[in-house]
Design a protein around this ligand. Structure first.
Ligand SMILES: Cc1ncc(COP(=O)(O)O)c(C=O)c1O
Length: 301
């Protein structure tokens, strides 16, 4: 079960007014019948085990969906590249920690957009802030200065260990940047070397994103193998195994170690303080950078 499938249906609620539901699907054309079987999918065709027929894992009968929901599902299959294995739920809105589907069912949002909507849905302050900014300035490129960008960087620096901030659009871009910063750091730190350390260490079950550098540091082979050859220099050891990690760090081949203080995609696993402090010390001794990928950390605080 993936995190999206962990939505917990708490109670059906009265169907929304017709205007709201129909507004969401207005213009949605009913696609020509497109079966999942015939769909060109970018996913690996992994063989699934047979579903259990009884006991706790037995699959519940599929819930009937309205024609409006089915139309969205059919259009998705017709018009989007099939990279995601979705639950058969068409989300239409949310309020706080609740989500509502097109058919009027209410859900507790246990996934928060996979850990990125921690403020919940429809928060009035969040909404007002976005409205106010979009009425003032929508975007300015990085070749000019803007006040909010500098103010946010100042707040981040004053509230954490970092000396400076780097802004980007996604987690995987943050890791790409960290890969590039690490390689450049080693070039500058080793000016007399013909071969500055360029490899990386990451950990079993880790996930660092879907761009080419980040997949090279993501342990599960299904994220890397379809796109081989990925960036060279990735090494993996067991999460939490400080002795194995130290051996690789002490080899002197590493530009940086990438670690999630809390793993999310690989199951919810927290690192121990001893493990993280041990990595810090081993990296400092070897001149290796230590990168914390903290995407899941703040959602568990
Ligand atoms: C630990 C970690 N790093 C990186 C990413 C990639 O973030 P994004 O999907 O914003 O590129 C994720 C996404 O779930 C993640 O969990």
């Amino acid at each position: 079960m993936n995190s999206l499938q962990s939505f917990l249906a708490v109670a059906p609620v009265a169907a929304k007014p017709a205007s709201s539901a129909s507004a969401s699907v207005s213009g949605a054309r009913v696609a020509p019948s497109t079966s999942r079987r015939g769909r060109i999918s970018a996913c690996l065709a992994a063989e699934a085990p047979p579903p259990p027929t009884s006991g706790a894992g037995a699959r519940k009968p599929r819930r009937e969906l309205s024609a409006a929901s089915l139309a969205v599902i059919e259009d998705e299959a017709r018009y989007l590249v099939g990279t995601y294995n979705r639950s058969r739920v068409v989300i239409d809105g949310g309020r706080g920690c609740k989500l509502y589907d097109l058919d009027g069912h209410e859900y507790l949002d246990m996934a928060s957009g996979i850990a990125v909507t921690a403020l919940g849905h429809g928060d009035p302050d969040f909404h007002a802030t976005i409205c106010q900014q979009s009425g003032t300035l929508v975007h300015a490129s990085n070749v000019q200065y803007t006040l909010p960008q500098v103010e946010l960087a100042k707040r981040l620096v004053h509230s954490c260990f970092a000396d400076r901030a780097f802004f980007c659009n996604s987690g995987t871009e943050a890791n790409e940047a960290a890969i590039k910063f690490s390689r450049k750091y080693q070039l500058v730190a080793n000016p007399d070397s013909d071969a500055p350390p360029f490899e990386f260490l990451a950990f079993d079950n880790c996930f660092h994103g879907r761009t080419m550098g980040s997949v090279a540091l993501t342990s599960k082979s299904q994220y890397r193998e379809p796109f081989a050859p990925v960036m060279p220099g990735g090494n993996f050891v067991e999460y939490g195994n400080l002795e194995e990690a130290k051996k690789v760090i002490q080899s002197g081949r590493l530009a940086a170690v990438f670690v999630e203080p809390v793993q999310g995609e690989g199951g919810i696993h927290s690192a121990t303080q001893e493990f993280l402090q041990g990595l810090r010390e081993a990296c400092d001794e070897a001149g290796t950078l230590l990168v914390f990928d903290e995407i899941f950390v703040y959602n568990l605080l």
